[in-house]
Design a protein around this ligand. Structure first.
Ligand SMILES: CC(C)(COP(=O)(O)OP(=O)(O)OC[C@H]1O[C@@H](n2cnc3c(N)ncnc32)[C@H](O)[C@@H]1OP(=O)(O)O)[C@@H](O)C(=O)NCCC(=O)NCCS
Length: 157
């Protein structure tokens, strides 16, 4: 895959990707729990409209959706004191393994830190530990909650 043609945009500037983003987030994390697509579309729309610090990035090759990552205020019920979070990191299967996921995660983290936060957080299943550590995320906690998630942070340098 030629990465040079991939652009990363703020979804607010490329709103025609809204349905693709909502669809991928829904399929990956919400449909398996029985939520309707409208539920996640509504949450995404609301957070972009009303939370100035929320951010959704979309990676695309021209008009073709490639991937997404978001910055949200809270992501993990067990850690309500931590904010903000990089969440909903997704790259469509044909585009995986060429650095796009890593790139979009770091762009989201930098955007969160630019808003003034001292640290940005991220939680993931342990299978993704090597991926995030390689990108410079610090592993702060393991085995959090029912899903035994890893919790990472990245700090302003
Ligand atoms: C996790 C995910 C976002 C990664 O996206 P990606 O675009 O494949 O990410 P990258 O290409 O940056 O890195 C993925 C792998 O490719 C490797 N890689 C990166 N650049 C590479 C290159 N130029 N050539 C070959 N391999 C490369 C990385 O080392 C990494 O290896 P790993 O699988 O051992 O960790 C993607 O697999 C995905 O959408 N998965 C489903 C949703 C998900 O699990 N999201 C994370 C929730 S926490």
């Amino acid at each position: 895959m030629n990465n040079h043609t991939i652009t990363v945009s703020d979804l607010r500037d490329a709103p025609h990707f809204f349905d693709d983003v909502a669809d991928r987030i829904w399929r990956a994390w919400w449909e398996p729990q029985g939520f309707p697509l409208d539920h996640i579309s509504g949450l995404l729309e609301e957070s972009l409209a009303h939370d100035a610090e929320a951010l959704c990035l979309v990676a695309h090759d021209g008009d073709r959706f490639v991937g997404t990552a978001s910055v949200i205020a809270s992501d993990l019920e067990e850690r309500p004191d931590l904010t903000p979070w990089v969440a909903a990191v997704w790259v469509d299967p044909p585009f995986r393994g060429s650095g796009i996921g890593g790139d979009i995660v770091l762009k989201a983290a930098r955007a969160a830190l630019r808003t003034g936060a001292k640290a940005v957080h991220l939680c993931a299943l342990p299978g993704k530990r090597a991926f995030y550590e390689r990108l410079g995320w610090r592993l702060d906690e393991t085995d959090v909650g029912e899903d035994r998630l890893d919790v990472f942070s990245m700090r302003r340098t």
